[in-house]
Every structure is written in C-alpha cells, then in structure tokens.
Design a protein. Structure first.
Length: 54
C-alpha cells in the first residue's frame, strides 16, 4: 500500500469561510458535491464574502 501525503490530496475552498479543506476518505464517493469544510459552515450556509446590507 502506497502512503499518500496530506499535501498531495485534492483541496477546495469552503463556500462559507473560504478556508481550503482537503479530501477525506468518507467523501470519496461524493467529493464533487462537498461544499463546506465542516458541519458548522454547512449549517450557516451564508458566504462570508458577501457584503451585508443594513
């Protein structure tokens, strides 16, 4: 079995916080559908880069 380094895993930015997160084994079948780095970001769902209106 070949060891894969963490830096070699695919990454994408979280839609909520914008931080990059890496591929996880539990996301193997649904990696294209994963959009948030954590449950907390998924529940908030509002992008932080959007300007807030008063």
């Amino acid at each position: 079995m070949r060891m894969i380094k963490k830096g070699d895993l695919p990454q994408k930015p979280c839609l909520h916080c914008g931080r990059p997160f890496a591929w996880r084994k539990k996301w193997a079948k649904v990696w294209d559908e994963v959009r948030y780095c954590s449950e907390r970001c998924r529940l908030n769902k509002k992008p932080s880069s959007a300007p807030s209106s008063p």
